[in-house]
Design a protein around this ligand. Structure first.
Ligand code: MF3
Ligand code: CO
Length: 254
């Protein structure tokens, strides 16, 4: 079966860029707001107000019943952590803040890992390993490359950095008029497989890396994904478009 990837027109890409910029500005605000003593519910409130004030719509709220505007995943939480007034950030914590917004029907989706105060050196290294892996995958988003060249580059980058767990149950995805579209983007695997990347293809690239085992479980809240061994994790995401040349990061600030 040859899967063909949907390609956006230049006009559609500008709409995705508008949504991506709302997400980028919201995450910048959250990066500054995420300090010891702040609850993840407060971060959610900040995100909600900012997205609305920019005339956009949060995409997570109500998605399959998800109850908040952002996902806040602290320490051993990997992704899909639900903001809570009872979860107060402490010095040394790490948090993945994941945010999505819709402008004119088009989506942007991005996540950052933020280090709270003084974190253990292995934790700051973990965050860097995750971000580097994301960039290694993004670097492969060039016309003529194939989908799993992205997957392979992510895993290779992590493997070359040391002994880390690569979460396999979740991954990146196509994005456009919906947050999650085909294809699924694995964060591991052999290169040179899958559909060919062409200008206009848009993907959300989001590696999840752990300090221990890669096994995960979902908490009884039915959302929060944590490591089974309670090892800490990092998660970073950008929405990216393939162009004639270098990949275009739709969720980065200018
Ligand atoms: N950005 C997340 C992802 O692509 C989506 C969060 S799921 C939600 O994995 F339900 F919280 F919206
Ligand atoms: Co995503």
């Amino acid at each position: 079966m040859t899967e063909v990837l949907e390609r956006k027109t230049p006009e559609q890409l500008e709409k995705m860029r508008a949504a991506g910029l709302v997400v980028a500005r919201t995450l910048e605000l959250l990066r500054k707001s995420a300090v010891a003593g702040v609850s993840t519910a407060e971060l959610d409130q900040i995100a909600s107000e900012n997205i609305k004030s920019e005339g956009a719509k949060p995409s997570f709220l109500g998605y399959n019943g998800y109850p908040a505007t952002i996902c806040t995943s602290v320490n051993e939480q990997i992704v899909h952590g639900i903001p809570s007034k009872n979860l107060i950030l402490r010095d040394g914590d790490t948090i993945s803040i994941d945010c999505g917004a819709i402008v004119d029907g088009w989506h942007g989706d991005s996540a950052i890992t933020v280090l709270i105060g003084d974190v253990r050196p292995e934790v700051s290294k973990l965050a860097k390993v995750c971000a580097d892996a994301m960039w290694a995958g993004i670097e492969q988003m060039r016309p003529g490359n194939r989908l799993t060249d992205v997957s392979h580059a992510i895993a290779k980058s992590i493997r070359n950095a040391g002994r880390y767990g690569i979460v396999r149950e979740y991954g990146g995805h196509g994005i456009g008029t919906e947050m999650h579209m085909d294809p699924h983007v694995l964060n591991y695997g052999r290169p040179n497989r899958g559909p060919v990347l062409k200008p206009g293809v848009t993907l959300a690239i989001e590696p999840m890396v752990t300090l221990g085992s890669a096994s995960v479980k979902v908490l009884p809240d039915d959302w929060t994904v944590v490591t089974k061994d309670n090892s800490w994790s990092a998660h970073t995401e950008h929405t990216v478009a393939v162009t004639d040349g270098a990949p275009r990061i739709l969720t980065a600030l200018d």
